[in-house]
Design a protein around this ligand. Structure first.
Ligand SMILES: Cc1ncc(COP(=O)(O)O)c(C=O)c1O
Length: 368
């Protein structure tokens, strides 16, 4: 009997199926689709789950970041220091705000924004620092917070890959001025389409973001500033409410799977980035090898799917050609080596063992 393919991710509902079905039916039966009771309830429940002061549900993680910047008054003429290694949307949000991203290199172990690199880039135009809790591993918030406080800069946490993560025991998204979440379907908490949220303990900022996500409206027919729409719809909010009660167990399962990979990969031909904080929530499980394409081909031949997060450092994307070139050699090198192995709550132990056996069977250039 041939083994079934192991996809990189499987987004079909499982233990959440009945609740998701019921949530969709509830919204259809109610006939209320935008900014209604599901969004209100989700905002309360997500704020509680993340230990945040307030949640404002928006249309995507990219919008969440863009709206935070705009609501903080950051725009043309300002610079935002962020990481060269992330989903490109982190820096796209800065561009969309009218500010300019300034790229700092990564910590070689943690793979997140290096506070020492940030310190060298702070200048008169710097308005904010935007770390990313990449792959679910928290950035070094303690050091970054010290820096932003010393220079009077805003701190915006990109939590799009780190739902329920903690940094030194403190929930991610609660250290800075505001945090952005994505509910893109592959995220640790995923919708059936796009979605995002801002979390903040700053009431004034929250009120402005509520206006900015809704056409600048303060009350019916009162629009106090130019703005577009960026709203999570009722269907997505209802689905997210159905899934949120599972998130803690799903996170535990991610950690168990990551532990199985970690112990199984000791002595293999690949390098595994260390877990530098017990609050890592394993959105992804990237490994490193100088022969990334060969490893991917070897796994593909055994019906094991992988992806790369991310093959191109953000500053090298043409979209950022107008920004001041920054040298980020560590991010450049890592982008050539990363491979994300399958990891999602529905992945079973037998599949992980098959991946481990396939990697063990591969003699890449890093063994030794
Ligand atoms: C780290 C990070 N930031 C921002 C985003 C943007 O989120 P969205 O796709 O919901 O706009 C993503 C998702 O791709 C992400 O992974």
């Amino acid at each position: 009997m041939t083994a079934s393919p192991i996809p990189w991710v499987d987004l079909r509902p499982r233990e959440d199926r009945a609740a998701v079905d019921a949530a969709i039916r509830r919204v259809l039966d109610r006939g209320w689709y935008v900014l209604g009771p599901e969004v209100d309830a989700f905002e309360t429940e997500f704020a509680q789950a993340t230990s945040s002061g307030q949640t404002i549900a928006v249309a995507s993680g990219t919008d969440a970041l863009t709206l935070i910047l705009r609501a903080l008054g950051i725009g043309p003429g300002d610079e935002v220091i962020t990481t060269a290694l992330s989903a490109v949307y982190t820096a796209q949000a800065v561009m969309m705000s009218g500010a300019r991203p300034v790229f700092a290199d990564i910590d070689p172990e943690r793979l997140t924004l290096d506070p020492a690199a940030v310190a060298t880039l702070v200048g008169p135009r710097t308005a904010a620092v935007m770390p990313v809790h990449l792959y679910g591993q928290p950035a070094d918030l303690t050091a970054i917070r010290t820096l932003t406080q010393r220079h009077g800069l805003a701190l915006i946490e990109d939590c799009c890959q780190a739902h329920l993560g903690t940094c030194d025991g403190v929930p991610v998204g609660t250290t800075g001025d505001a945090a952005a979440y994505s509910f893109y379907p592959t995220k640790n908490l995923g919708a059936l389409g796009d979605g995002g949220a801002v979390c903040t303990g700053n009431g004034e900022l929250a009120a402005r973001i509520r206006r900015l996500r809704n056409g600048g409206q303060t009350e019916r027919d009162q629009h106090t500033e130019p703005a577009s729409h960026s709203r999570l719809d009722e269907l997505q909010a209802a689905v997210l409410r159905a899934r949120l009660p599972h998130l803690r167990d799903w996170t535990t399962r991610r950690r168990v799977l990551a532990g199985r990979y970690r112990s199984g990969l000791v002595g293999s031909a690949v390098r595994v980035p260390p877990e530098l904080d017990a609050g890592h929530v394993y959105h992804l499980f990237p490994i490193r090898t100088a022969a990334r394409d060969a490893l991917r081909a070897h796994l593909r031949a055994q019906d094991i799917d992988t992806l790369v997060h991310f093959p191109v450092p953000i500053p090298a994307q043409p979209a950022f050609a107008t920004t001041t070139p920054q040298s980020c050699p560590l991010a450049d090198a890592v982008c050539d080596e990363l491979v994300s192995l399958p990891l999602y709550p529905g992945l079973d132990d037998a599949a992980v063992d098959r991946v481990l056996a396939a990697v063990a069977d591969w003699s890449g250039p890093d063994r030794g």
